[in-house]
Ligand binder design. Sequence first.
Ligand SMILES: Cc1cc2nc3c(=O)[nH]c(=O)nc-3n(C[C@H](O)[C@H](O)[C@H](O)COP(=O)(O)OP(=O)(O)OC[C@H]3O[C@@H](n4cnc5c(N)ncnc54)[C@H](O)[C@@H]3O)c2cc1C
Length: 397
Amino acid sequence: MSKKDELPIAIIGAGIGGLTLALALLKQNKSVRLFEKVSRFAQIGAGLSLAPNCAKVLQRLGVLKNIAPLADTPESGFILLGDSGEQIHNTPFSKIESIFGYPYYQIHRARCHQLLVDEVLAHDPDCIEMNAELLAIDQSGEQICLDFIHQRKQRVACVIGCDGVRSAVRKLYFDETAPLFTGYVAWRALVPMNDIDATYQQPVSFVNLMHQRQLVHYPINLGQYLNVAAFAEQDWQIESWTEPADIEEMHSVYSDFRPSVHELIDAIDPEHCFKWALYDRDPIDHWSKEKVVLMGDAAHPMLPYLGQGAAMAIEDAWYLSQAIAIYDDYETAFSAFQRARKTRTDWVLQESRAAGQRFATEKPSAETYADDKAMSTKVMFGFDPIAECEQAYSSAA
Ligand SMILES: Cc1cc2nc3c(=O)[nH]c(=O)nc-3n(C[C@H](O)[C@H](O)[C@H](O)COP(=O)(O)OP(=O)(O)OC[C@H]3O[C@@H](n4cnc5c(N)ncnc54)[C@H](O)[C@@H]3O)c2cc1C
């Protein structure tokens, strides 16, 4: 059967995870269709941290050479008390490259996403179907038929749900429960570097911390913008990338932070500052069933406090593409993938929650970060998804 006649592998959701998976499968010359619900990608103004563990996959797929020149690489990650500015912790990011082989990249999220879109389309210009919101999966015997809101039905070989924390595939096949509001909200903004003091240009990632609130900032776009991400406990439950924020409210939430933090908040353009509620889900035992599987946030959404959610989706994409290459049928490949990934993603998920609890501490201090396993051990950044994946599937090879 020619590739033209093959039923395609269906990937639902063209986020960072779905795109990375599509690229990995296209490189194996597989027939792939990526179905995305939005009609055009939003230019989300936000930073994205790409740690060495996922950089290895991007390197293997040949996209790191395009991402790296557009990324900033911090030398340090300082945690400061919000009121006094006293430093309570430092992650020496400058040493990361020599220890783990890759630096800690921080990049404009929309640029990284677009680079992946370009790379996928360079391999197959027809791969991505926009405005294709999955509604139903009809599986009878060998046949799988997908139904979309604005598209005609599609027959496919298997289904991979990369459709995020509110995954339709998860709801249809694995878990009918809804994500739970965490009690925390986030604000995100990009501040043009020209609008703020030159001291912000230093290649450092800062976390300003007080009880149940943190305000993070680091340069992106090669120092053109300061990425600001602020988190606080609040009962406000709208989940959207485009809900406008109220700058006065930010001043009030961070009222006990030192004046320089308020100067930074003042520099934020309210038109380009967005607020959204953070949702979480408990891990589920099974992400794969017959010819349907979940990966990325659809399988194991991560709270953002370690900056590892996209990294886990990228690691997943590598493991899943390799399972499809190695195993004879999708069902076996999908269950091998889940077996290989569950321990790792459960651990990162728990560590992301623990990082959230650290910033909720009433009186944060150096001790609060003394047991920060995620940042202080090799387990997070030193994880080699390429070698570990080979090892995990070695008995099948
Ligand atoms: C404030 C914040 C900061 C973060 N910072 C970082 C960071 O610095 N580093 C990091 O590694 N992670 C970070 N994360 C986490 C990261 O954004 C996610 O873990 C990551 O985007 C997950 O990728 P994904 O591809 O699994 O899902 P998503 O990126 O959520 O992509 C899902 C895609 O599926 C589409 N879709 C949804 N439903 C359907 C449907 N029914 N049919 C078709 N398409 C559908 C969506 O439109 C979307 O394009 C952060 C998260 C937050 C909230």
